[in-house]
Design a protein around this ligand. Structure first.
Ligand code: AMP
Ligand code: MG
Length: 417
């Protein structure tokens, strides 16, 4: 087991765990946000036949050569085709058929004239234009041809893909299974949110923030509850999570007398890959695996900010990759630092910052007290400023790199031109 490794090295270790989970079959209508684990070929041609893109009249373009505003051409309207219907017979030269959007163009016709360019006169219609052949006709196969590869494996399924699958008649689809995460907390001081927080007790907020982070990354979670600070209780709690894809525990992973997570994981067959990452917050992070093929395990630090920040850096990318996502890192923006920052050399800091648009640039301001227990610094933050390990100071006005935590940062109150 390695200790005191850099953030980059830790990232390499955890990405080893990040292989896509096998496929499962789900209803296509419920596949939003999932990742396709098959190639979707079309069994259909869409549209299946030439059809009208407008309400108007199906005609033969050659019958209207020379027609104009001043010299409209009158044609008999011999039948009507509505969407979902079909033409009674083939259109003969010199005839028109009333047609509506989405209706199949009858054989014999090759063109649709919009009703705005016509004047109905009883059984006939006066047409005021000479349309080019094929106008306002959606050609059969214009969208998809039978046999086309429509969606590639690895595609993230959004609303358009769900619509596409529906139009292909696909009610079921193969997607990567969601990762299952078991979440454990440990500490004699911890109570549930509805428990009694007197006498130095605190609420186990990590159980909740971490579960929400998992869900945001597409995982399902089970809460193993709060283990007491004994090896036996911790072992019992963690054992209940061994069938998950990933076991995430927080606290008890440091070097205190009550920090049992690492020895207990080893007792359960875990092989730790590393402990301790040169970062702040979040140094005491442990990572390993139960046996050769079992659950991957993260022992996150207990402090609420450390737990969330280490989750962001290491657990989230693993969950996204397990779910089949190739892109698994947050967007990073360049921002202008609004105030100076200093630190010691050695650890990479993740400074919680508030981001604000300022014309073309983005301004980053610290959210205030950066204590690893100050959860408020996370709730006020839109981003994590990366203060490199070797650096000791950043000046106001410096351009810095910020991981954007909140996608809503890119949303705007006013429409952008
Ligand atoms: P530990 O790693 O057990 O020394 O915990 C470090 C700090 O994190 C202590 O102040 C704990 O009270 C706090 N802490 C541990 N677990 C949780 C949790 N589940 N929710 C919120 N705070 C926690
Ligand atoms: Mg503790």
């Amino acid at each position: 087991m390695k200790t005191g490794i850099s953030v980059e090295e830790a990232r390499r270790f955890v990405l080893e765990a990040a292989t896509p989970l096998p496929a499962e079959i789900v209803p296509a209508a419920k596949a939003l946000g999932r990742v396709l684990a098959e190639s979707v070929h079309s069994g259909r041609t869409l549209p299946p036949a030439d059809c009208s893109a407008m309400d108007g009249y199906a005609v033969r373009a050659e019958d209207l050569a020379g027609a104009s505003e001043d010299a409209p051409r009158g044609l008999p309207v011999v039948f009507e085709v509505a969407a979902g219907g079909c033409g009674e017979r083939a259109l003969r030269p010199g005839e028109a058929a009333r047609i509506f959007t989405g209706a199949p163009v009858p054989s014999g016709a090759d063109t649709v004239v919009r009703q705005e360019d016509t004047d109905p006169e009883g059984e006939r219609v006066g047409i005021r234009i000479a349309p080019p052949r094929g106008q306002h006709v959606r050609a059969a196969g214009e969208a998809v041809r039978r046999g086309d590869l429509v969606l590639q494996p690895g595609t993230r399924i959004g609303p358009a893909e769900i619509g596409m699958l529906a139009s292909l008649g696909r009610t079921l689809v193969h997607v990567h299974r969601r990762p299952r995460v078991a979440i454990a907390s440990g500490g004699d001081e911890l109570v549930e949110p509805d428990g009694d927080p007197s006498g130095g007790r605190i609420v186990s907020s990590n159980s909740y923030s971490l579960a929400a982070q998992c869900e945001e990354a597409g995982a399902t979670t089970s809460n193993l509850g709060i283990a007491r600070d004994t090896r036996e209780d911790l072992a019992r709690t963690l054992r209940a999570g061994l069938s998950a894809d990933l076991l995430v525990s927080s606290a008890g992973v440091s070097v205190g007398d009550h920090d049992h997570v690492r020895p207990v994981l080893e007792e359960l067959g875990g092989q730790m890959r590393f402990w301790g990452v040169q970062m702040k917050p979040g140094y005491p992070l442990a990572f390993g695996r139960i046996g050769e093929r079992g659950a991957w395990v993260f022992g996150l630090p207990g402090n609420p900010v450390s737990a969330m920040v280490t989750f962001e850096q290491f657990v989230r990318p693993v969950l996204l990759r397990m779910g089949g996502h190739e892109a698994c890192f947050r967007p990073v923006v360049s921002a202008v630092l609004a105030e100076p920052l200093i630190k010691k050399a050695g650890r990479q800091h993740f400074v919680r910052v508030h981001l604000k648009r300022d014309g073309e640039q983005i301004l980053a301001t610290s959210t205030g007290d950066q204590g690893s227990g100050v959860l408020r610094s996370m709730s006020l933050a839109q981003g994590l400023l990366v203060f490199p390990a070797a650096a000791t100071k950043l000046a106001a006005g410096d351009v810095v790199r910020v991981q954007v935590l909140d996608e809503a940062f890119f949303w705007t109150r006013e429409p952008l031109a």
